[in-house]
Ligand binder design. Structure first.
Ligand SMILES: Cc1cc2nc3c(=O)[nH]c(=O)nc-3n(C[C@H](O)[C@H](O)[C@H](O)COP(=O)(O)OP(=O)(O)OC[C@H]3O[C@@H](n4cnc5c(N)ncnc54)[C@H](O)[C@@H]3O)c2cc1C
Length: 467
């Protein structure tokens, strides 16, 4: 996740109002790499936790891996069945190696192996009901690996393929022949990866054709920036209306008053030996068709508030379930599904712990924090990138990672700076020792509020006394 997470946490980081957000993702990557380098392992579940329950996880993408990890550490026997020959789902067969090297995935999977998760590869589950009957619970994590198609008039010699197949074949070591010029249709992250992959497979020109504007493009800013720096061009406000050998006819679009693209009747042409469609993916729901009690809801598996389908004991998570389609959400859903499965197996109902109130910027005393610039991650020079699949973005050094971690203002979470302890005029604050924070003797506190007003991270709250 330190490599592929789109880090929504950084967008919400309070420090952005002071100078720049904290590079949480880069620190996460540093820790992940350190864990691999040092061979850190997960603790297997202790004997007191071990249950005699067996859980089947179908699919080994981030949702399945996360569910398997949490279920195993909660004490259950876990089997992961994966249709493909290798583990990882879109982490391995979608996201290209130049963003996520395969030895990193292998190291993470090996860690799950060591705590006893059983992986069965090349083992597609076709009959969900029959498979589920052999286990005490099942988590369906089959993802959304079916590329959307649009009907574009295409001559018989036109070469059109979908981005998921291009990326999958490339990942499996047998990339398709694309030719010298490639046009990619779509404006999401998959389009960026398809165009960047095409460049690495030898295409001298890769152009992205997108029907809206840059501001409306769903691709993540970092991905777009990296694609542009690798020489990829974008034709905005354009749709493909026809494809033939070596040529793509494009209709120019314009935005109507509500911001929707509409055709103009004006046409253009670009030269392209191959057209790659990157216009979204669907969940492969064959697995649930005809299974009693399981419904499809808006193209994904319908779930109740506990992530369970209409069939008792069958849960779902990740891209095939409702929610945003990112690895981050898949990992979170895998964990939540595991907790719900565990509760179900133990005859309980899982309730999420209550959340702490949000620590807003207005609660902080930012002048206690020194100015500190965001540590930029080093990257492979643009000129060397397209000659192979070498990783582009590099990790922080230990020194930079420590610096970056110290930029965190710890909003709402006491970090034992002793400010309250030093400033209290009544000496009613006691230190409880490292990591254990403080106690306030409320019998002697006069409620002056200096501690709360001067707390750098806004973690002390003044609550009116009952009268
Ligand atoms: C090109 C591309 C780039 C992306 N980049 C990012 C990124 O940078 N950051 C990010 O957060 N997200 C990214 N995403 C999205 C992210 O990869 C997905 O949201 C995530 O992988 C979903 O996880 P999942 O476990 O639900 O499904 P998947 O990762 O799709 O895994 C599903 C697995 O189930 C297996 N399977 C399917 N049917 C069966 C069956 N019947 N029996 C057994 N096994 C089965 C499949 O073979 C597959 O291995 C990207 C997606 C693509 C396509």
């Amino acid at each position: 996740m330190g490599r592929v997470c789109y880090h929504p946490c950084q967008g919400a980081c309070n420090r952005v109002q002071l100078d720049e957000m904290v590079g949480v993702n880069a620190v996460e990557r540093f820790l992940g790499d350190l864990a691999i380098a040092n061979g850190w392992q997960f603790a297997p579940p202790g004997p007191e936790l071990l249950s005699d329950r067996r859980v089947l996880v179908i699919g080994s993408g981030p949702a399945g891996l996360s569910a398997a990890y949490h279920l195993r550490t909660l004490g259950h026997a876990v089997t992961v069945r994966e249709a493909k020959d290798e583990i990882g789902g879109m982490l391995r067969y979608g996201i290209p190696r130049y963003r996520l090297p395969r030895d990193v995935i292998d190291a993470e999977v090996a860690r799950l192996d060591r705590i006893g998760v059983v992986f069965e590869t090349g083992s597609r589950v076709d009959d969900l009901a029959a498979a589920a009957d052999q286990f005490d619970a099942t988590v369906v994590c089959v993802g959304a690996g079916v590329g959307h198609h649009v009907s574009i008039p295409a001559g018989s010699a036109a070469k059109v393929l979908d981005a998921v197949s291009l990326l999958e074949e490339t990942a499996a070591g047998s990339p398709p022949l694309l030719g010298r010029r490639v046009a990619v249709y779509g404006g999401g992250n998959t389009a960026m990866d398809a165009a960047r992959t095409a460049r690495r497979l030898g295409a001298e020109e890769a152009v992205i054709i997108y029907r809206r504007t840059r501001q409306q493009m769903p691709a993540h800013e970092d991905e777009y920036r990296d694609a542009i720096s690798e020489g990829i061009r974008v034709k905005w406000l354009s749709t493909i209306s026809e494809v033939d050998r070596g040529r793509v006819v494009i209709e120019r679009m314009e935005l109507d008053a509500s911001g929707h693209p509409r055709p103009t009747g004006l046409f253009d042409e670009v030269e392209a030996d191959t057209v790659v469609l990157a216009i979204g993916q669907d969940a492969d729901l064959d697995i649930i068709r005809g299974v009693d009690g399981i419904d499809v809801d808006d193209g994904v598996i319908g779930l109740d508030a506990h992530m369970m389908t209409g069939r008792a004991g069958v849960f779902a998570a990740g891209d095939a379930a409702p929610g945003d389609r990112t690895a981050t959400v898949a990992v979170g859903q895998g964990k939540l599904a595991a907790r719900n499965v565990d509760a179900h197996l133990r005859g309980r109902v899982h309730t999420a712990p209550s959340r702490q109130a949000q620590a807003l910027f207005s609660r902080l005393n930012t002048w206690y924090y020194a100015d500190a610039p965001l540590q930029q991650r080093p990257a492979l020079e643009a000129a060397r990138r397209t000659s192979g699949f070498e990783e582009v973005v590099r990790g922080l050094s230990e020194e930079s990672a420590l610096f970056e971690a110290r930029r965190c203002m710890s909003c709402g979470n006491c970090f034992e700076c002793d400010n309250c302890y030093g400033l209290c005029p009544d000496d009613v604050i006691r230190k409880l020792g490292p990591g254990r924070k403080y106690a306030i003797d409320l019998d002697y506190c006069k409620g002056c509020g200096i501690c709360a007003a001067e707390c750098p991270c806004g973690c002390i709250e003044m609550v009116p006394e009952d009268r």
